[in-house]
Design a protein around this ligand. Structure first.
Ligand code: NDP
Length: 415
């Protein structure tokens, strides 16, 4: 039904997505919110009603089961499904959207539960089926991936004939006052940051040690407004689609800030095995240590109260400027830095959320808006950089995530 959205997942990110849909009730006329259990959706429903006077409907669904999701889609009749549950559910929800011919949007690529490994191949494999069904899947429409992909597409469109070097920099320069906590789902977060690191260099992936290793690659970067923060090279999923869609890129790296205290906790967890993802026997029962660990750690949504400081996420891009008539050999390169600054306390004031949930939860709402208004159209499976970045970024700016572009200097090749 036109103007109907179904959001699956009611964690920190789902909270923001539901609130932002409610704030755009001229587009999202009917909002459905579903999760594994009813408690979280109902708490969000109450808060949305209190803050914006909008009624949303809540549901229980096991999104590991495509058939159950398809039944919920048939019942709620959405134009778009926004998946902000966990990466494990991506394929089941994509299958359900395919069976019911409804557009699909997510913020993180598929990852099997029993293997700490994510890549787009599983979801790109739906290309023909989505095309034949005449529906769109927009993959990775959070902040990173998501807005970072749109940032690069925007710079490519406005300033560059050819992009050569990309550095994506993600700083959470905020403080939640806990000795250890993750800003989004702990299980997904710990799996992501403890894996082997790779970056793109001259047509191939180059491996380097994980962030907890004494030989990890890191440097101090002076972030706008947030100041200098130690930034670690990390593998991040948007690089896989970006090097495919911008084949001129010679080098692409992703950097994220981590404090020494966070790294020490990770090292201890790794060494005692509590971040393991394989089952172990405990008291005669099989348990998965990382899932037990998740139950002990703070719920990321609960960090919002009292979170202070900023998150600064952006991309430094170097390349051949638009309209350069010079021979390749003598082409003078230019560098641009595009970024957003988000204030944790401001997010809390607006929606009762912390900045990381906010930066991840608003973009899929705007992506849904682009699809529902027909601004992004097509049939098949898309990454965000394949779609027009300008209306997306300008609408995002009006919805709390503005950006700035400045002239910059390239980061050194060797760090
Ligand atoms: P949370 O763990 O806080 O929330 C996940 C939600 O999904 C919960 O409501 C959970 O229910 C629900 N859920 C889990 N399993 C199922 C299931 N089988 N069926 C139905 N619902 C289920 O995670 P976050 O909100 O922190 O993160 C949500 C997503 O956002 C993740 O995929 C994460 O990777 C992504 N993300 C993307 C970012 C980006 O910039 N691109 C940044 C940050 C996050 P319950 O709690 O009852 O289990």
């Amino acid at each position: 039904m036109k103007g109907t959205v179904l959001i699956i997942g009611a964690g920190g990110v789902g909270h923001v997505t539901a609130h932002k849909c409610a704030r755009n009730k001229n587009v999202f006329k009917k909002i459905h919110l579903a999760s594994r259990t009813i408690g979280k959706p109902n708490a969000i429903k109450k808060d949305v009603k209190k803050r914006w006077g909008v009624n949303i409907s809540t549901h229980v669904v096991d999104a590991d089961k495509a058939r159950d999701v398809a039944a919920l889609i048939r019942k709620t009749q959405p134009e778009v499904v926004i998946n902000v549950a966990l990466p494990y559910q991506d394929l089941a929800i994509m299958d359900a959207c395919l069976a019911t011919k409804v557009h699909y949007i997510d913020t993180a690529n598929y990852e099997p539960k029993d293997e700490a490994h994510f890549e787009y191949s599983w979801q790109w494999a739906y290309q023909k089926r989505y095309k034949d069904a005449g529906i769109m899947a927009v993959l990775g429409a959070g902040f990173d991936p998501g807005v970072t992909n749109a940032y690069i597409a925007y710079l490519a469109k406005k300033y560059f004939d050819k992009i050569k070097y990309v550095d994506i920099l993600d700083a959470n320069a905020g403080s939640h006052g806990k000795s250890f906590a993750t800003n989004f789902n702990p299980e997904i977060n710990i799996r992501e940051v403890t894996q082997e690191v790779k970056h793109w260099n001259k047509g191939k992936w180059v491996k380097t040690p994980p962030i907890m290793d004494p030989k990890s690659v890191h440097f101090k970067f002076n972030y706008p407004i947030a100041g200098p923060w130690e930034s670690y090279m990390l593998y991040h999923e948007e690089m896989e689609s970006l090097v495919k869609h911008f084949p001129s890129v010679e080098r692409m790296r992703f950097w994220m800030t981590f404090g020494e205290n966070y790294l020490t906790h990770l090292r201890v967890m790794e060494s005692i095995g509590i971040s393991r993802i394989d089952p172990v026997m405990h008291d005669g029962k099989k348990i998965i240590p990382i899932q037990f660990l998740k139950s002990l750690l703070p719920d990321p949504a609960s960090l919002a109260t009292g979170y202070s400081g900023k998150a600064v996420i952006g991309c430094i891009v170097t390349g051949v400027p638009k309209g350069s008539k010079l021979e390749a050999r003598s082409q003078k390169l230019i560098t641009k830095y595009i970024y957003n600054v988000t204030d944790h306390a401001k997010c809390f004031k607006e929606l009762g959320s912390q900045g990381i949930s906010y930066t991840a939860g608003v973009p899929p709402v705007i992506a849904a808006m682009m699809v529902m208004k027909g601004i992004w159209k097509g049939a098949g499976v898309f990454n965000v950089e394949q779609l027009d970045p300008e209306p997306f970024l300008s609408t995002l700016a009006k919805n709390g995530l503005p950006f700035k572009v400045i002239n910059y200097k390239p980061l050194p090749a060797k760090i």
